[in-house]
Design a protein. Sequence first.
Length: 235
Amino acid sequence: MTEIIVALDVDSLLHEEELLKKLKDSVTFYKVGLRLFTAHGKRSIDLVHHHGGKVFLDLKLLDIPQTVSQTVHEVQKFGVHSLSLHLWGGPAMVAAAAAVRPRPKLWGVTVLTSLTNEDLKFLHPEAAVKPMVTHLARMGLDHGLDGVICSAQEADGLLKTLGDDTCLITPGIRPKGSDVGDQRRVMTPGEAAQLGIRYLVIGRPITGAANPLRAAFDIFAEMRHAAPHSLEREQ
């Protein structure tokens, strides 16, 4: 079942609470990322919990294994549902994070949706997005992660390679006609729902809309029309 995570990429608790109030009848899963968490720390998480929501804390951890595992231990105290880390940190870092008990769900970032094949040439002249995503995803899952963050454009190949039950989280979701901003590997909500992706992370098309609730309902309608048996909305 496909579920939406709304990205609260704002810089004030007032704006965050306004969005939570407006969206309470449609969405209860939210992403708190670097911008909001840096500005307000645990208060930004507590506010989502106060309004009955659950939190994906998107910090994209990347450091030596001990530091990352200790951070996972501290984040567990916040009561978040899930936490992101960069798979570029390698197997030892991933394994150290996954070994923490108790802990939130750990979701591994493969290749940022702002990057293309051309961008990856800084790593190696022959580097390419799709094989790198597949390699990193397999490594992360083999070392204990609960989900993989990738663009929706890689989702079909990953599900076929790693199994239909693989938990994929995809940012870069944009309704037709909307501004893609700094995203490069994008897909519409309907197309993503058809693939059976578990979580779609959607920010500006909802939070930047004149009527965020209407925008959310329109996206749900698009997903339902495209894949009527794949949509799940948190109640």
